[in-house]
Write a protein that binds this ligand. Structure first.
Ligand code: NDP
Length: 341
């Protein structure tokens, strides 16, 4: 059995969907209440591969909210993640993806040091961040979508915001070695990490966001930001492709310009309907078929009976592992989400 640990995008979102998740009494509660709410299994899932194989899974709502980070409720945030992991393990789930901020909190607050949660000894090999599949899907979205918009990647400038992150660094490696894009712009806040990445790649220009925006034909957003930033289309190249891979979304603005194309990043579409309700609750456009690539990674590991933490630690995603997960993604019928133009 596979598992997905997820969370909602904001307190407002959580209050609005509490009833659908099965706990209507949470709907009018504030952040304090959500900080103390326990994890819950809110969905039983059945997925059929195009090979005909059928697997079962469960969705664990951790009750984490990004506002907990903004309000510096770090203890609450970390408790949400380890409690959700213990809950998944207690229910006998073999491989569980840590969705959205769960893996970021796990890494940033070194939760590998918390090995015991009440009577459960956490077995980390039962968990995956899902980031290898997410990075693979984002790269395929760049490769498949840019040419449709008349952007020649061999000549193009691609800006990666969140370049030093787990997903961002993997995306940079692939775009450098596989896609061989014209120019890479590396954006993040920590200068040392940016320089280390630049050294590893042997290329890439380190730049601020404002400076990079007008130069980029493609912008990949994979920064871990609790709230999105406002973008004005005035500063963007036309045409350009923006792939917003953050959860919550990195871009707060709804871009409305005929030559600026925004694609939801790290989202896959399955070839067959999935029997679940959770993607409707998180407002996925086609909830029976579309899902986060990190969640799909745990499904793929279950299909392949690869019970191992396939994506783990930070900045260790290799092109070979992206290839491996990409092949099984195609085999079982998942496709990167594209824009219909
Ligand atoms: P990491 O924490 O590993 O990396 C985050 C990156 O963002 C770092 O480079 C960090 O560098 C940068 N960053 C953070 N804040 C800012 C800022 N204000 N301005 C510029 N750069 C910033 O995160 P992951 O790679 O694990 O995840 C990245 C995003 O992808 C998250 O939003 C996550 O929720 C989402 N995600 C989506 C998935 C999907 O299936 N679609 C799956 C998993 C994650 P620095 O701190 O130096 O600025």
């Amino acid at each position: 059995m596979f598992g997905l640990i997820g969370h909602l995008t904001s307190l407002e979102h959580a209050q609005a969907v509490a009833e659908h998740l099965g706990y209507p009494e949470y709907a009018d509660q504030g952040l304090d209440f959500w900080c103390s709410a326990p994890p819950q299994i809110v969905d039983d899932i059945t997925v059929t591969s195009i090979t005909g194989q059928v697997i079962e899974g469960k969705y664990v709502e951790s009750c984490f909210l990004p506002e907990m980070l903004a309000a510096r409720r770090i203890k609450a945030a970390t408790r949400k993640v380890v409690n959700a992991m213990a809950h998944a393990q207690k229910h006998g789930i073999n491989i569980t993806a840590l969705g959205g901020f769960s893996s970021i909190i796990f890494e940033n607050f070194k939760l590998e040091n918390i090995k015991q949660v009440r009577n459960i000894k956490l077995e980390f090999e039962r968990f995956t961040t899902g980031n290898t599949h997410t990075a693979y899907v984002i790269c395929r979205q760049v490769e498949q979508m840019a040419p449709k918009l008349g952007i020649d990647l061999a000549q193009a400038t691609v800006a990666v915001c969140g370049a030093t992150g787990d997903i961002g660094s993997a995306v940079c490696r692939w775009l450098d070695r596989r896609t061989d894009v014209g120019e890479l712009l590396l954006i993040a806040r920590d200068r040392d990490r940016l320089q280390n990445l630049q050294t590893e790649l042997g290329r890439g220009k380190i730049m601020g966001l404002e400076e990079a925006m007008p130069l980029a034909d493609v912008i990949v957003w994979v920064a871990s930001m609790p709230k999105g930033v406002e973008i004005s289309t005035d500063n963007l190249k036309k045409p350009s492709l923006i792939i917003d891979g953050g959860y919550p979304k990195n871009m707060a603005t709804q871009i409305q310009h005929p030559e600026v194309h925004v694609l939801e990043g790290g989202i896959v579409e399955h070839s067959l309907d999935i029997d679940w309700k959770i993607m409707k609750i998180v407002n996925m456009q086609v909830p029976a078929r579309q899902l986060f690539a990190c969640f799909a990674e745990s499904m793929l590991l279950e299909f392949e009976k690869l019970y191992t933490n396939f994506s783990w630690g930070r900045n260790q995603i290799t092109i070979e592992k992206m290839d491996q997960i990409g092949q099984v993604s195609v085999k079982h019928g998942f496709k990167p989400l594209l824009l219909s133009i």
